[in-house]
Design a protein around this ligand. Structure first.
Ligand SMILES: Cc1cc2nc3c(=O)[nH]c(=O)nc-3n(C[C@H](O)[C@H](O)[C@H](O)COP(=O)(O)OP(=O)(O)OC[C@H]3O[C@@H](n4cnc5c(N)ncnc54)[C@H](O)[C@@H]3O)c2cc1C
Length: 498
């Protein structure tokens, strides 16, 4: 009898434990957060049966990111972000944060079955003409910002295309056309409003929480949720643009011109480009394009003289406003499943870059049977003057780049149609860049800098930052997120390891 009773007791204890475990599953914790958020802020939550839920699951650039969360939370104010974080942490629920949704790193900006905090509705933009700053909510794209600055003849150094989100780009660094003059996007940030993992709201600026201010300049999504960016603007009412196309016969010279421009750029006149080389599977040929932008109204823009010597197949020069230029540079969502991957070389290594390009064309042939293959080789120039800004502005940034030599990022951007090719294309990209980077290392032309905006999810950009900066980032994280909310509950994207 005693034996029987103790067995029953054991069974009851096991059942109680099972209930406890059930209540502590990923799904039950997420359910707790979705239920509480729906009760507290019913107008700010969508569930899979809500009208706009499916549309919102497509608000990502990369098809790989379009997974279905259990619920979506759309805060309308910093207070609601705080309330959301408090709810998520009290339920211990895993969540993702979405700004413009452009980062092509599955898990960075969405979470299957978890809670998606989408910042779309934090879309305020306030221009302060007097002190030449613009205060930007994280629900905005760069085209929104340039449009708001336009009536004042102002411009700022955010994204180069239209629909990229403000928050993701700003928190990872940010390449604009005029980095040679103003530095990277992060270098123009004057302050950040941040909701921390315990739900409190702080300001990070040169005078308030300066360690967090520094960490947010390139330190990504490790510290909190930014609910407002205050950014320097610049009096640039007009820009001079050049759009040029080149066929394969001119591509060696095109790469040389890119190197020349990176090396010779100074900070006198803002000027920079988007440089890409595309593979055409039908003709098995390459073609290159230059989108060049220079501040002011000198046309054609003289800072692109290096490209004048390269025979082009078409060319169009124009003078316009920043807002009009950006308004047409669409990057539509959901065109492809897509993998970025890249490494960086010294800008003097253009002959080596041309070799890599030729090898890439051959390597593209290896995957030519992949349905929907869309292969592009992108060059991002990093003139040394871009690094001078952080070295001289008394704040710096987490990249800690020296300003002694110019660099060029060589990046693969590869799209395809089917999930069944995901692993193949990721492995293909990884193998190609790592092999050629190792050759560059042996030749002494490699830089270890990796930009989160152009990287594959298998790359670790922190390895390219100075070790002392990485250590400092860890200390800042330990002091502002001691409970590791942005490690354990919000784990997606380029996270600093523990
Ligand atoms: C077509 C295309 C063009 C690009 N052009 C450029 C360019 O010209 N210059 C350049 O520098 N980069 C460029 N990029 C890279 C781009 O900067 C990154 O993809 C960036 O992450 C996009 O920002 P987002 O807000 O759209 O990203 P999201 O995918 O929404 O967010 C990126 C990461 O930041 C986190 N995050 C978002 N908002 C916040 C917040 N408020 N607080 C804390 N964390 C947050 C997200 O959780 C996610 O992990 C380009 C990318 C693409 C796909």
């Amino acid at each position: 009898m005693i034996h029987y009773l103790s067995s029953v007791a054991l069974l009851l204890a096991a059942a109680a434990k099972a209930t406890q475990v059930t209540n502590n599953t990923f799904a039950s914790r997420v359910n707790c957060a979705c239920t509480e958020l729906s009760q507290k802020l019913p107008d700010s939550v969508l569930v899979p049966t809500s009208a706009n839920f499916t549309t919102e699951t497509k608000h990502f650039w990369d098809i790989r990111s379009a997974v279905s969360p259990a619920c979506m939370f759309f805060p309308t104010s910093a207070d609601e972000v705080s309330e959301g974080v408090a709810t998520l942490t009290s339920c211990n629920a895993e969540f993702a944060i979405r700004g413009g949704g452009h980062m092509n790193f599955p898990g960075a900006n969405n979470i299957a079955g978890g809670v998606l905090m989408a910042l779309n509705r934090l879309d305020e933009i306030v221009v302060n003409e007097e002190d030449c700053t613009v205060s930007i909510g994280p629900g905005n794209t760069w085209a929104d910002v340039y449009g708001a600055l336009d009536p004042y003849g102002l411009y700022t150094n955010g994204g180069r295309l239209k629909t990229i989100g403000v928050p993701g780009l700003s928190l990872i660094g940010g390449f604009h056309y005029f980095i040679n003059k103003f530095g990277y996007t992060m270098d123009s940030m004057r302050s950040y409003d941040v909701v921390l993992g315990n739900g409190t709201q702080v300001v990070a600026s040169a005078t308030e929480n300066p360690d967090l201010f520094w960490a947010l300049k390139g330190g990504a999504n490790n510290f909190g949720i930014v609910t407002k960016f205050v950014m320097q603007a610049y009096k640039i009412p007009q820009i001079s643009t050049t759009i040029q196309a080149f066929d394969e016969a001119s591509i060696e010279k095109f790469i040389e011109a890119a190197g020349e421009m990176a090396i010779n750029s100074d900070a006198e006149v803002g000027a920079g480009s988007v440089l890409s080389i595309s593979y055409n599977a039908t003709t098995d040929s390459l073609s290159a394009s230059l989108l060049g932008v220079q501040e002011g109204n000198e046309s054609p823009p003289s800072r692109f003289a290096a490209f004048d010597a390269v025979p082009s197949i078409s060319r169009s020069d124009n003078i316009t406003t920043p807002a009009v230029w950006h308004s047409v540079l669409e990057t539509p969502n959901q065109l492809w499943r897509i993998q970025f991957a890249h490494h960086t070389v010294k800008a003097t290594a253009t002959a080596r870059l041309y070799e890599i390009l030729k090898a890439w064309k051959v390597a593209v042939g290896e995957v030519s049977d992949v349905q929907g293959l869309h292969a592009t080789f992108v060059l991002n120039t990093m003139p040394k003057s871009a690094a001078t800004v952080a070295k001289t502005n008394a704040v710096g940034n987490v990249w800690g780049l020296e300003d002694e030599e110019s660099l060029i990022i060589w990046q693969l951007s590869t799209g395809w149609d089917n999930e069944s090719d995901d692993l193949r294309m990721t492995a293909w990209s990884k193998n190609f860049i790592e092999y050629h980077h190792s050759i560059n290392q042996n030749l002494g032309v490699a830089s270890e800098f990796v930009y989160m905006g152009d990287a594959g999810e298998f790359q670790n950009p922190y390895l390219g930052f100075p070790a002392a900066n990485v250590e400092k980032l860890r200390e800042v994280r330990a002091s502002y997120d001691p409970n590791q909310v942005f490690v354990k509950l919000n784990w997606g994207g380029f996270k600093l390891s523990v």
